[in-house]
Design a binder for this molecule. Structure first.
Ligand code: PBG
Length: 327
């Protein structure tokens, strides 16, 4: 075959040619690490369903922040796990709550690390739903004022970015207005604009103790069968003022990620959720998959589909591999 001018295999010839010409590159600055912070002192606790992930009391957070800062990851996403839960999630907007303590500590000790607060009510409500219950349902508009309070409280504690994960209609607008009227114009909103009612969140609910005590989240999180609806949700959050948006889950929703990325002009984050992490860990523990290679391939797939940012429980490992030149 001497008449073959175009030989795609030439571009695959050696590792250095492949590295030179590859279309997708992972950077540690695009990775966000989710961290669970629980009340108490001197606690680092295993999460059974997520081997390798822990719950930290605020004083123990530096253990993880040091690794995050050293590897120059894009940020950490903090989830608060309070002792006290009630109907209206009062620990979530308590200026001395566990998440506010964690944010203050992180910002004081690591001022250059982006600190993101997850804004939701499910970890803080006695019923485990993401909002205020009225007549057995999560009431959209009653919830908005609480989300706004939570966001303002986190921003006042020093959060650079707030990330509302509740899926209430109008959440970004309510939060933007509240931030602005509290002189917090510079706090970014990274909204979970497209969040499906996914079973991939199972291990997180064990980690955060946030499973709903009745019903499910299908009246506010999205129907897994829909894709045009994702564009509508993204459009609304962007119109309301989201600076950047999250698509969640990650790997099973790459079609959604790609179509949202093509249509809109804001940075797009892919959240590779707890179930994705636990599946890889479990298969690796059984010796059936190579954990490191799968974690890398999973992150690359999300970047290739258009993720500017990847939120992943492998963020610190990936960053270390990137910085060691292994990726
Ligand atoms: C809170 C929230 C959840 C996740 C992120 N924020 C759980 C849920 O909606 O049930 C899931 C993250 C993960 O599974 O890693 N609303």
């Amino acid at each position: 075959m001497n008449n073959l001018r175009i030989r795609p295999r030439r571009l695959r010839k050696t590792q250095s040619i492949r590295d030179l010409t590859c279309e997708t590159r992972l950077k540690s600055s695009m990775l966000i690490y989710p961290v669970f912070v629980r009340e108490g002192n001197n606690i680092i606790e295993d999460i059974a369903a997520m081997p390798g992930q822990k719950r930290y009391s605020p004083d123990k957070l530096p253990v993880i922040l040091e690794r995050a800062a050293k590897n120059k990851i894009g940020g950490i996403l903090l989830f608060g796990l309070p002792e006290h839960k009630d109907e209206c999630a009062s620990s979530a907007w308590d200026d001395n709550g566990v998440i506010q303590q964690a944010i203050r500590l992180a910002k004081n000790e690591f001022p250059d690390l982006n600190i993101i607060g997850d804004v939701c009510m499910c970890e803080y409500t006695s019923h485990g739903h993401c909002g205020i219950i009225k007549n057995g349902c999560v009431d959209n508009d009653a919830t908005l004022e609480y989300l706004a309070k939570i966001a303002v409280s986190q921003a006042n504690a020093g959060a650079d970015i707030v990330a509302p994960s509740d899926m209430m209609d109008g959440h970004t607008l309510a939060i933007r207005e509240a931030l602005d009227s509290n002189n917090l114009q510079d706090t970014l909103i990274f909204s979970y604009a497209v969040k499906y009612a996914s079973s991939f969140y199972g291990p997180f609910r064990e980690a955060a103790g946030s499973a709903p005590s009745f019903g499910d989240r299908k009246s506010y999180q999205m129907d897994i069968r829909n894709s045009r609806e994702a564009l509508k949700e993204a459009m609304l959050d962007i119109q309301e003022g989201s600076d950047m948006i999250i698509i969640k889950p990650g790997l099973a929703y790459l079609d959604i990620l790609k179509s949202v990325k093509e249509k809109f002009l804001v940075p797009v984050g892919s959240y590779s959720v707890s179930g994705e992490y636990s599946m890889i860990k479990a298969a690796a523990l059984m010796g059936w998959l190579d954990e490191k290679k799968i974690a890398i391939e999973s992150a690359i797939s999300q970047a290739r589909a258009g993720a500017d940012i990847i939120i992943t429980y492998f963020a610190l490992d990936l960053a270390e591999w990137i910085n060691n030149g292994e990726i």
